[in-house]
Design a protein around this ligand. Structure first.
Ligand SMILES: [Cu+2]
Length: 310
């Protein structure tokens, strides 16, 4: 009788504190998986994923640096239109920039279709060096998405293939309508990005595995036509951060060219204001830098070095 009443009491306490509900909830609810393999200048990834919180893993099995910026496409627009109307325009503009002809480049960018402005850049795994895997979580709504790598090799964007018989480094996938049964990932620290305050870190960044929430307090279009994002690189004595800062601007010849001046190990691309992505990292003791892919990131408060100790 005594044992029974204790058990009853315990059950009542657990129900009152919501422990039962939480335990069963987290046992069922987790995240969808989107595994992407980068091989040469190609993404190998699923064509469909369910709606909800999704774990994107970009496994770089090539000799080059890559990333996979996630874009939610306007109605009726997919990889074919991107390859026909966007990729060649950016390549043409870049060719003019390489020649130092800024006016011709701007005229070329003027040929972008109107719907380019309707693409929603929605995170995606950041810059990742050969042999590394970038892992992030974002919440996917139903729709059509592209994953794109516009890192350059020899001045040519990976997403642009001069050989018209094949597409460049772009992958299309679809999120059908359906019930969202996923859970938001747990996190141990938060990084807030804003155009006014740069990178603000709240909570410990330690050695070992951890998940960091990356929140976009605001967003804006900078002089390179893109917004701010966040990448993580390992530093060694051979690389000054000023070389790296210059390298982060795709508009500069040599900017965003593989190989990178540092080893990139994680990152998340830009998102609209008010959104959060989660970054999964496993850090060894050493020196690191958080940096955004924007022109002159240091002046924008978007270059922050830090050290991890045991
Ligand atoms: Cu690439």
């Amino acid at each position: 009788m005594k044992t029974q009443s204790r058990t009853t009491f315990l059950v009542l306490v657990l129900l009152a504190t919501g422990c039962f509900a939480d335990a069963s909830d987290s046992a069922v609810r987790k995240q969808n998986e989107m595994k992407i393999v980068a091989k040469g200048l190609e993404f190998i990834a699923p064509a469909e994923v369910s709606p909800g919180w999704t774990r994107f893993q970009l496994d770089n099995r090539s000799e080059m640096l890559h990333f996979a910026v996630l874009q939610k496409m306007p109605e009726g627009i997919g990889i074919r239109q991107q390859q026909e109307q966007i990729a060649p325009v950016f390549q043409q503009g870049m060719n003019h920039l390489k020649d130092g002809d800024v006016d011709a480049a701007m005229a070329a960018f003027g040929n972008l279709p109107e719907w380019f402005g309707e693409i929603v850049f929605f995170g995606g795994p950041g810059l990742i060096s050969p042999g590394q895997t970038a892992t992030i979580y974002v919440h996917l709504e139903p729709g059509r998405y592209l994953l794109e790598c516009y890192v350059k090799t020899g001045g040519i964007f990976h997403s642009y293939n001069p050989d018209k018989s094949a597409y460049g480094m772009v992958h299309e996938f679809y999120v059908p309508e359906g019930e969202d049964v996923t859970a938001k990932p747990e996190h141990t620290s938060t990084i807030t990005l804003s155009s006014n305050n740069g990178i603000k870190i709240d909570g410990p960044i330690t050695s070992g595995p951890q998940t960091i929430a990356v929140t976009y307090a605001d967003q804006k279009t900078y002089e390179h036509f893109l917004g701010h994002d966040l990448h993580l690189a390992k530093l060694d004595e051979s690389t000054g951060t000023s070389d790296l800062a210059r390298w982060m601007n795709w508009m500069l010849p040599g900017g965003l060219e593989t190989p990178a001046p540092v080893e990139f190990i994680a990152g998340v691309h830009e998102m609209p204001a008010g959104n959060t992505a989660y970054l999964e990292v496993d850090l060894e003791p050493g020196d690191y830098v958080w940096i955004a892919e924007v022109p002159d990131p240091a002046a924008k408060g978007m270059l922050k070095t830090f050290s991890v100790r045991n």
